[in-house]
Design a protein around this ligand. Structure first.
Ligand code: NAD
Length: 258
């Protein structure tokens, strides 16, 4: 697909799924804006390599802070003329029973996984509506559709993202702006590796920890890849997807078919 002239902002794109999506979009000729923490130079280099040497933009906003999100969106307006494709991907996880769930972790998960999606969306929409074209793609989760125990904040936030997606899709239904969610099952990223490591720390053997995690939920017993998710996001940006609106599209090896 050719997305020359379009600007794509992908939150949480220095690692895992977001970086994979950025690499897929980099091959379309679109201008890419990265965001996130960690090894930023590695992420920039990975995207530059897919884009004939064009260096992507980057903003270091901490998405738990509304003011920093506003700064990031101003940066996108000033340096790139606004965001055409917004991919809300940043997210964190914490696993704990509800009665002992740390309140600060609850607040951080709701802020980063849910409220940031509201803020980037409300700030990106005016430019999209002005040009009568835009795509908002929210990386939710199978946990936006079904629950698992010990993930109350994450499940609440991801269900919220799907509700927000539907509302925005209805508000933009008579325009060329669409809003959809993608719901991945297990993808082997640092966010999931932490959960495998916790199982090992709790006494599981390394191979069993990975195999059991997959087999408990994901019938295919194979991880979804960031590349596959990037290709689905790309389809949602195509003309063929113009009437795909307000969906929560799972790519999960059969997880929610059960
Ligand atoms: P990851 O940990 O590899 O990447 C998370 C990204 O978010 C990183 O770039 C990190 O720097 C960034 N980030 C974290 N906190 C941030 C903050 N406060 N401000 C700005 N950026 C921040 O995780 P991932 O597995 O690639 O997850 C990406 C998204 O996909 C998340 O929303 C996650 O909930 C969702 N998801 C992941 C899986 C999975 O199996 N890995 C499954 C379903 C949904």
């Amino acid at each position: 697909m050719n997305l020359h002239g379009k600007t794509v902002l992908i939150t949480g794109s220095t690692s895992g799924i977001g970086l994979g999506i950025a690499q897929v979009f980099a091959q379309t000729g679109a201008k890419i804006i990265l965001n996130g923490f960690g090894d930023i130079e590695m992420a920039k280099a990975a995207v530059t390599q897919k884009q004939n040497g064009n260096i992507p933009g980057y903003h270091n906003a901490d998405l738990s802070d509304e003011k920093q999100i506003i700064d990031m969106m101003h940066y996108a307006d000033k340096e790139f003329g606004g965001v055409d494709i917004l991919i809300n991907n940043a997210g964190i996880q914490h696993v704990s029973p509800t009665e002992s769930f740390p309140v600060d972790k609850w607040n951080a998960i709701i802020a980063i996984n849910l409220s940031s999606v509201f803020h980037t969306t409300r700030l990106a929409l005016p430019n999209m509506l002005k040009h009568n074209w835009g795509r908002i793609i929210n990386i939710a989760s199978v946990h936006g559709l079904v629950a698992s125990k010990n993930k109350s904040a994450y499940v609440a936030a991801k269900h919220g993202v799907i509700g927000l997606t539907k509302s925005v899709a209805l508000e933009t239904a008579r325009t060329n702006v669409t809003c959809n969610a993608i719901c991945p099952g297990w993808v082997l990223t640092p966010l999931v590796q932490q959960q495998i490591d916790k199982r090992i720390a709790d006494g599981a053997k390394p191979e069993a920890a990975l195999k059991d995690l997959l087999e408990e939920k994901q019938p295919s017993s194979q991880f979804v890849t960031p590349q596959q998710l990037g290709e689905l996001a790309l389809f949602l940006c195509s003309d063929s997807a113009t009437q795909v609106r307000g969906v929560a599209w799972n790519m999960d090896g059969g997880w929610v078919a059960q």
